[in-house]
Each structure stands twice: as C-alpha cells, then as structure tokens.
Write a protein that binds this ligand. Structure first.
Ligand code: ATP
Length: 319
C-alpha cells in the first residue's frame, strides 16, 4: 500500500490544522496510508513519526496552532541532517511528503527533494503572506482579523485621550500583514519595509491633522520596518502629542481560524494530497487572485515576493 507523510514546520499559523486534516482525510479517502511527522524537521530527524487515522484529525478544524507541533531545526540545514531525515521516511515506505510551512521550511523541502529525489509538495503555512507566486498563505486572514480587532479597540482609547497610537505587527520582512490590517483598520499611516518613509514629514502631517481637530491617529508598523517603540518615541518628541505603543506579538499567531483560512486550507490540503499521491513533486499550492495555483517549489523559494503597489497607494489615498 502506498504511503505519504505530512508535517508542519517553522512558525505556526491558524489553519495549519485544517490543512493537515485535509491532507490526512484525502489520503485515507484515496486508500493511501498517511504518517504524521511531529515537530517539523526535528521530529523527522528524531524519528518522531506516527501513522494517522481519520480520528487523529477530529476536533481540529476550529483550532489554531498545529496538532503535529512545529520546531526550528538547525541540523536540517546540513546535508547529513537531511539524509538522516530521509532515511526515517524511507524505512516506513513513505513515498512523498507534504510540508506545511513558511519560506524557510519550503527551502528545506526543496533541498530534501533535490538531494534525495523524495517527492515534495508544499503548502504555504505562515501568517506573513510572504510566499512568492501567490497572494494568500494559510493563516494570514486570521492574523489580519486579529490585528484589525486590536486596532478597533485601540482607536476607542486613542480617541478618548487624543493620543497617537502605534501598533507593531508581525510579518518578518514583509509588510503585507501591516498593509492589509492598516487599510482594513483605517490607519492613518502604515510603515512597511518595502516603502521608504520619513518620520519628520509624517509628524508634520499629524500635527496639522490635530490642529485641524483630529482626535487620534493610528500608525501601523510592520516589524520589518523598525521598532514601533523607537518610532513612537521619535513621534512623541517631534509632535509633542501624547503617544502610546502596542506591540501585538504572538496574539497574532493564535486563535480559531476564520472561514476563509479554513476553506482555503481545506482546499489546498486536498490538492496537495492528490498531487503527492499521483507522484507529482516540487510544487507549492496556493491561492492567487482567488484561484488555486501551483507554483514551482524552487521558484517559490528563490524569489522574493513584493508588496502589491496598489495596496500601498490605497492606504495613502484613504488615510
Ligand atoms: P515562518 O516564516 O512562518 O516563521 P518558516 O518556515 O520560514 O516559517 P524557518 O524558521 O525559517 O520558518 O524554517 C523552519 C525550519 O526549516 C528551520 O528550523 C530549518 O529546519 C528548516 N530550514 C529553514 N531554512 C533552511 C535552509 N536554508 N536549508 C535547510 N533547511 C532550512
């Protein structure tokens, strides 16, 4: 009987469970054995691998995090480490692997594929939405909704005190989460690593807005654009307006996935399982402009995604 494996790796994201569940249930539906690798590449090296049943993935679709666990594994960055992991799969007759993770995890998968010939299919599991060739990654919608919810609350208190409120959000080197939540949250400024910004002119604009009667302003800062705490200090100094900073942190990683993340994760999980069962390899499935796309794994990891300039413009126009 044919066998495949599924794992989650890197930073967790809401919807990883829904994706893994879909991989498992699709494989079982197709009569294929499916193994779960615990704790990412670390579990692959430690031989922490078990066969999954339909029941293994029950009561999971609504949960954030990942039931398989995830980890960072420096040893997997060496060819010896990857060879060791490969051997743990081969001895179980595993003929293909679905990796749900971010850019780093997919890079590890591309090397495993190249060096061992093991078929690999990737799914983009990260809140950062920074995987090339697609405009959606599993978990980004839930994280953006969490940030917008925080902005709504911060707006109330900022307005009460006529304060400037800075909100630092995740995204690593990508400004996508900041841009989406900034636009959807109605922020006055969105600072992202992809676009140069000038704190002096921003402060001049804020002062003018307050002079004209504005009661508050929200500045969303992508973590990749700099420390909101440092920027907040500068803003308070330059404007003379009471300023507060919220660094949202890991709140953004958790929570029950939104309908969008559950649906897309489920659809991508099925796609990935069917592809790997059919013997396909080196594909990352994602969504682009509302449609499922399969991009080449090596292209996905060797290219850097850029921020949609239309979003950058929209944020300015609506502020
Ligand atoms: P996120 O962006 O959401 O944090 P990620 O998948 O990018 O997720 P990383 O920590 O970059 O997270 O990668 C997860 C794991 O993938 C690493 O701990 C390592 O085991 C493996 N990995 C990352 N980069 C490489 C690489 N260049 N070569 C081999 N393996 C890698």
């Amino acid at each position: 009987k044919k066998a495949i494996a599924v794992m989650t790796s890197g930073g967790d994201s809401p919807g990883m469970n829904a994706a893994a569940r879909a991989v498992v249930r699709t494989a079982l539906y197709e009569g294929v054995k499916v193994y779960g690798i615990n704790n990412g590449y670390q579990g692959m090296l430690d031989d922490d691998i078990e066969e999954l049943t339909s029941r293994s993935v029950s009561d999971l679709i609504q949960r954030g995090g990942t039931f398989l666990g995830t980890a960072r594994c420096p040893e997997f960055k060496t060819p010896e480490g990857r060879r060791k992991g490969f051997e743990n799969l081969v001895k179980r007759g595993i003929e293909g692997l679905v990796i749900i993770g971010g850019d780093g995890s997919l890079t590890g998968g591309s090397l495993l594929s190249k060096e061992t010939g093991l078929p690999i299919v990737g799914l983009p599991g990260t809140i950062d939405n920074d995987v090339w060739g697609m405009d959606y990654t599993i978990g980004c919608d839930t994280a953006a909704n969490t940030i917008v919810d925080a902005i709504n609350k911060l707006r109330d208190t900022a307005s009460a005190h006529r304060r400037i409120m800075l909100v630092e959000v995740m995204g690593r080197n990508s400004g996508w989460l900041a841009m989406m939540s900034g636009i959807a949250g109605g922020a006055e400024f969105v600072l992202v690593p992809e676009v140069k910004f000038n704190i002096d002119s921003m402060c001049e604009e804020i002062k003018a807005m307050y002079d004209a009667g504005k009661r508050y302003s929200i500045i969303v800062v992508a973590e990749g654009a700099g420390s909101a705490i440092e920027i907040g200090k500068a803003v308070e100094e330059k404007t003379g307006i009471d300023t507060r900073v919220s660094v949202l942190g890991h709140i953004q990683r958790g929570g029950s996935p939104t309908v969008e993340d559950r649906m897309k994760a489920s659809m991508l999980g099925e796609k990935a399982a069917l592809a790997i069962i059919s013997g396909a390899s080196d594909i990352v499935f994602g969504f682009n402009e509302g449609k499922v796309v399969g991009v080449n794994l090596f292209e996905a990891v060797n290219n850097t995604k850029t921020l949609n300039p239309e979003l950058v413009r929209l944020a300015r126009v609506l502020a």
